[in-house]
Ligand binder design. Structure first.
Ligand code: HEM
Length: 416
């Protein structure tokens, strides 16, 4: 079969050739819950050029090498997280190349140092404990809305200095933007009206907040960005805005998915959940294995700036390279029996869930800490937690993929 009926109709209208079967399989929303068989097929074919101008890589060694290759540009033409996609001055640094990338990224690395992140642990634990208590009182836990959304959103709001009371707006805009981070495969890569509305919402919202912080600075990242001077010049408002929108989004929807994926993996492997309960120091190992086993960011892209080759495939300037991070993380050459969830692994190479090279996730340390705390509490707080039959549904997103609902039943909370 080549493409779904809807995609074939869409390609007939647009004059584009139908999607090859492997790609159609991957993009099929019916495979969202378990994309790994399609990813495995694509990894076996990697490097694979389904059509002119696109190269798909899914092997760990190939992804790892090309993500670190400085001739690969992150300046993709579609940059849904930027407030104004046209005009390089206002693009967030996820879409910039060195030296601009280095300069902008450096402005915020200070907020994510090991010391800063470690210092946030007691506060994050307090927030997570409150969320579990509230769920316990309610008698049920819907992991995504009761825990996975509020925890990272509160953390990133606090860091930036964004009022948490506005969470509904921010959460809705974030998930609308996340939905268009899918790569341009078939009909899935279009910028929707909701995403344009969400972006306009963010821009308007942050412009107001930036104005407020300019007149009354506080101890937060927005105020800090406004005060930074480089060569005697302050950052302009568009740069501050793009950085704020990037941090709020990058630090939010991704972590939501990781919490959802992690809780699900543990509920499906109760023996490993029991071990975590007995020994909370296993939390970091659990986090690494979930990142490998069910990557919250499934893919990323780069654009080739020069002629080059990987394996037996050649690419030309302007070609898009699609990295299947979720496939690379299950490469049997690096992870024996890769479809097995196993917190005792000591893999030969690091997983690629946070990417690699210059754009390696800036918030990796913070994300690891948030999840480790959430999982530790999940394992110790609830008595006999179990997945409600039929209690899991998935978002439509192909890239920022994760459960949209995850219902957990339990028999009360542990008090001692
Ligand atoms: C489980 C949670 C997370 C995952 C899986 C994740 C994943 C990623 C990935 C794959 C990239 C690189 C994309 C590319 O190479 O094209 C990235 C970049 C980034 N992430 Fe994360 N992220 C997570 C959490 C966070 C958090 C909590 C923050 C901040 C509060 C954050 C901030 C960023 C930023 C600023 C970048 C851009 C870095 C750059 O371009 O230099 N992320 N993240």
């Amino acid at each position: 079969m080549v493409g779904t009926a809807a995609e074939n109709a869409e390609s007939a209208r647009s004059g584009r050739p139908p999607l090859p079967a492997e790609i159609a399989d991957l993009t099929d929303p019916g495979n969202r819950e378990n994309p790994y068989p399609s990813l495995e097929k694509l990894r076996r074919r990697s490097p694979y050029a389904p059509f002119d101008g696109l190269l798909v890589v899914g092997r760990h060694d190939q992804c790892s090498a090309l993500l670190r290759d400085q001739t690969m540009s992150a300046a993709r033409d579609r940059a849904p997280l930027s407030p104004t996609p046209r005009g390089p001055r206002t693009r967030n640094f996820l879409h910039l190349d060195p030296p601009d990338h280095t300069r902008y990224r450096r402005l915020v690395t200070g907020a994510f140092t090991r010391r800063k992140v470690d210092g946030m642990a007691p506060w994050i634990r307090g927030i997570a404990t409150d969320l579990f208590r509230a769920a316990a009182e309610a008698g049920s836990l819907e992991v995504i809305n009761d825990l996975a959304y509020p925890l990272p959103l509160r953390v990133i709001c606090e860091l930036l200095g964004v009022p948490y009371e506005d969470r509904r707006l921010l959460q809705d805009w974030s998930s609308e933007l996340a939905a268009v981070l899918d790569p341009p495969l078939g009909s899935t890569g279009r910028m929707t009206r909701e995403a344009a509305r969400a972006r306009a919402g963010f821009v308007h919202y942050f412009r107001r907040l930036i104005e407020e912080r300019r007149s009354t600075p506080r101890q937060d990242l927005i105020s800090h960005l406004l005060q930074i001077e480089e060569d005697g010049h302050q950052l302009d408002e568009d740069d501050v805005l793009a950085t704020c929108v990037l941090l709020l989004n990058a630090g939010h929807e991704t972590t939501v998915n990781l919490i959802g994926n992690a809780v699900l993996a543990l509920l499906r492997h109760p023996g490993q959940l029991d071990r975590l309960r007995a020994d909370p120091t296993l939390a970091p190992a659990v986090v690494e294995e979930v990142l490998r086993y069910d990557a919250p960011v499934q893919m990323t892209t780069r654009v080739a700036r020069e002629h080059g080759a990987i394996g037996d495939a050649r690419f030309r300037p302007g070609d898009t390279v699609l990295f299947l991070l979720g496939a690379a993380n299950r490469d049997p050459d690096v992870y024996p029996d890769p479809d097995r969830f196993d917190i005792d692994r000591s893999p030969a190479a690091a997983h690629l869930a946070f990417s690699a090279g210059a754009h390696f996730c800036l918030g990796a340390g913070l994300a690891r800490l948030e999840i480790a705390i959430a999982l530790e509490l999940f394992s110790t707080f609830l008595v006999r937690p179990r997945l409600r039959p039929g209690g899991v549904t998935y978002k439509r997103n192909l890239n920022l993929r994760g459960p949209s609902h995850l219902l957990v039943d339990f028999d009360g909370v542990r008090t001692g």
